[in-house]
Design a protein around this ligand. Structure first.
Ligand code: PRP
Ligand code: URA
Ligand code: MG
Length: 220
């Protein structure tokens, strides 16, 4: 059963509100994205397992709690997920990095009679660590809108044998969360804000606007 965690941390709430400011600078957007990502990753890593191992401490040999699983892999979804990478690495500096490149095709948009929006996705890059079947994966993407990109990227991870997957989003729409829950009921999801809905173009309301453009400084 999918576990969905929506952060109730006051710093997360405050920082997401700052991210929504219309005229936010690229510098502030980048900084806040990494700060919120680190806070979400604190929750997402809580289920990592530890066991007591012998260490040589200054005061002698002791048993001390240490992680007893392989380094996780972080999976930023290109482009916008790259904006979360440094924040996640601040907690997991030894993490492996796997890359998935996906792009929504705004010209390939379908609106059904009940108002549901789906958008075609182009996959242009896949470079996963080769022992991903033995590692926990943390998928990083600021936005969960229709859910198409998250579903496609998690399908790629599973097809490579990855069995323990968490996905981290700054802002999610209920439509995307529902689609992701249905497609991948076995993953864990960590969200800073569950917003109201997506509009007819597949953008989250109130949302952040185009997160990729804001992180890469390519907003027209
Ligand atoms: O849930 P979905 O409807 O799939 O939308 C979310 C996706 O859209 C954005 O990427 P985009 O395709 O704009 O690419 P970019 O990150 O390169 O800007 C965002 O970063 C997600 O990956
Ligand atoms: O609202 C949205 C939806 C998808 N991608 C974004 O960057 N923003
Ligand atoms: Mg974009």
């Amino acid at each position: 059963m999918m576990a969905v965690h929506i952060s109730d941390h006051p710093l997360v709430k405050h920082k997401v509100s700052l991210l929504r400011e219309h005229n936010i600078s690229v510098k502030s957007f980048r900084e806040l994205t990494n700060e919120v990502s680190a806070l979400l990753m604190t929750d997402a890593t809580r289920s990592m397992t530890i066991s007591n191992k012998p260490i040589k401490c200054w005061s002698g040999d002791i048993m001390a709690p240490m992680l007893n699983e392989k380094s996780p892999t972080l999976v930023p979804i290109l482009r916008a997920g790259m904006g979360m990478l440094n924040g996640a690495l601040s907690l997991l500096p030894n993490a492996k990095i796997s890359l998935v490149g996906l792009k929504r095709n705004d010209d390939d948009i379908t609106r059904s009679e009940n108002g549901a929006v789906s958008i075609g996705i182009e996959t242009y890059y896949e470079n996963l660590v080769n022992d991903i079947d033995q590692r926990r994966a943390f998928v990083l993407d600021p936005m969960l809108a229709t859910g198409g990109s998250a579903i496609a990227s998690i399908t790629m991870l599973k097809n490579s044998g990855c069995k323990n997957i968490s996905a981290i989003f700054l802002v999610a729409a209920p439509e995307g969360l529902e689609a992701l829950t249905t497609a991948h009921p076995d993953i864990s999801v960590y969200i800073a804000s569950l917003d109201e809905k997506i509009n007819e173009h597949g953008y989250i309301l109130p949302g952040l606007g185009d997160a990729g453009d804001k992180i890469f400084g390519t907003l027209a």
